[in-house]
Design a protein around this ligand. Structure first.
Ligand code: ATP
Ligand code: MG
Ligand code: MG
Ligand code: MG
Length: 475
């Protein structure tokens, strides 16, 4: 048995072939468009309907699973080189056309989200998810080829790396039955792990301990954040790619982030041509309904080539603030959140302005004010900024957050004290600074934001199989 992708690549003309897949459409009692998931392309199967049982014909419905045996011949029809002249057809699994939710027409993305278990049978979702798979492979390939070891960070942890308070608790206590101590606080010493635990928000702290022994490591796993915002860029469960490198400073870290992103995009540009062409065309159709001045200047593939062939712009936070203060983003000449003073955190409108309007290319912002970044970042000699960097992308905003880590034990302890982080909680993390500390750095890249950029999908819910967002974990 072959896949359709294999058949379309091969020169098996006039040979007998067998294909199993799902019916997309059945026209004139004669033409079946069959798809088996191996490619965006359907194969046309031509039935000799006069010699096919009437009751069998009635069972060839959209969504049914069938097995087809026949001869591969040159196609007379438009849009396909080959087709199968059917000798035998078997229905493996029926699909009632009255009930099947995926009809051969364009459904809205909102409707398909309500059918997340079946939306993968559409062209759009199969293309997106094949690209997601190819990108995942490209990620592992890139790091392996560049001397990194894959490190599996724990999913259940006792730490909050980002200090943003967005953790999902992990507990064995039944609701409202948790034991309390004399002060009325929940007594976690009696819980499953004997302490308070949560789902990881980032594997970074653990990855640092591994980098300080294996040199270069990366984690690529699920992370969890109780984001109560409903945006097109945030999920409660998302996959993060986190490399961490000993003896690498911030400049080397920025070099890696840029090279990594360009490489994986180049990889899928060459391995996923058909799916990208389909998604590009899908976007072109969408663009047609927009007013001319809001249409994108580049097509999807042009954009991917542009990003992977050109340098990202590197700008310090301080320079960025100067640019934003002197900018006129729209007719009202104002941002919704005006940038009045040095030290404020940038909003996504500012990030997108820098990328899309000012520099017109991906931007790496670095040296942020210490007070708006996490505790573990390397303090600069100015005492005010830290060696942090964010990579900002067109249409996406922040795609990477990274930093050179604070390697000096005394400075790190001091910072933790200021922020009220207990040393006992992170004694193991501090040990990396106590024993053989060294300059090291790393970053976190949200995998779904990368998939969004590569596929051109506007909503992050449409690039992960079963999205987790507030009030939504149906599947
Ligand atoms: P944002 O400012 O967009 O909320 P963040 O600064 O909170 O992101 P980091 O802690 O820097 O995020 O995480 C590293 C990367 O993980 C981000 O650059 C982004 O690509 C991704 N990311 C963060 N939060 C989410 C989320 N809720 N859903 C999907 N991806 C996310
Ligand atoms: Mg966030
Ligand atoms: Mg951020
Ligand atoms: Mg960040």
């Amino acid at each position: 048995m072959s896949t359709i992708a294999e058949l379309l690549r091969s020169d098996k003309l006039l040979q007998d072939v067998t294909i199993k897949g799902w019916v997309r459409t059945f026209r004139s009692n004669r033409f079946i468009a069959l798809n088996d998931g191996s490619t965006i392309n359907n194969i046309q199967c031509v039935l000799d309907f006069e010699n096919t049982d009437e009751s069998l014909l009635k069972r060839i419905n959209t969504g049914a699973a069938i097995a087809v045996t026949g001869t591969l011949v040159e196609s007379q029809g438009k849009g396909q080189k080959v087709e199968i002249q059917v000798a035998n057809i078997e229905v493996l699994g029926d699909s009632n056309p009255e009930e099947y939710p995926i009809q051969p027409k364009r459904h809205s993305l909102e409707y398909l989200r309500e059918n997340a278990h079946l939306r993968i049978r559409t062209n759009t979702f199969s293309a997106v998810m094949r690209l997601r798979s190819a990108l995942s492979y490209a990620v592992h390939k890139y790091f392996t080829e560049n001397g990194f070891y894959n490190f599996h960070a724990p999913i259940i942890t006792g730490s909050d790396a980002e200090g943003a308070g967005e953790m999902f608790k992990v507990t064995n206590f039944e609701a409202n039955k948790a034991p309390t101590d004399e002060n009325g606080n929940i007594d976690y010493s009696q819980d499953f792990f004997g302490k308070e635990t949560n789902l990881t928000v980032s594997g970074q702290l653990e990855a640092e301990t591994y980098a300080m022994a294996l040199g270069k490591v990366y984690t690529f796993g699920p992370t969890f954040r109780a984001e109560n915002s409903n945006t097109t860029r945030h999920l409660a469960e998302f996959w993060m790619i986190e490399p961490e490198m000993a003896f690498h400073d911030l400049d080397m870290n920025m070099d890696l982030a840029e090279d990594f992103i360009k490489s994986v995009i180049k990889d899928v540009l060459s391995t996923c041509k058909d799916d990208l062409a389909f998604l590009e065309n899908r976007l072109l159709q969408e663009e047609k309904s927009k007013p001319a001045n809001q249409r994108s200047e580049m097509s999807l593939i042009e954009k991917l080539k542009f990003v992977s062939d050109n340098n990202f712009k590197r700008v310090s936070y301080t320079e960025a603030i100067d640019i934003l203060r002197n900018s006129k983003p729209n007719k009202k000449k104002k941002f919704q959140f005006p940038v009045n003073e040095w030290g404020v955190d940038l909003q996504s409108e500012h990030e997108r302005y820098l990328v899309e309007k000012h520099f017109k290319c991906p931007v790496i912002l670095f040296d942020y004010p210490a007070n708006i970044k996490a505790f573990y970042m390397r303090l600069n000699d100015d005492g005010k900024t830290v060696r942090a960097m964010d990579v900002l992308f067109p249409g996406i905003g922040e795609i990477v957050g990274g930093a050179q880590r604070e390697e000096r034990l005394d400075v790190l302890k001091n910072k933790m004290e200021v922020l009220g982080i207990e040393e006992e909680e992170l004694w193991w993390y501090l040990d990396t600074r106590k024993f053989g500390t060294a300059v090291h750095s790393g970053f976190g890249l949200g995998f779904e934001r990368l998939v969004q950029f590569v596929t051109g999908m506007g909503n992050i819910r449409d690039v992960i199989p079963f999205p987790r967002t507030p009030q939504n974990a149906e599947f």
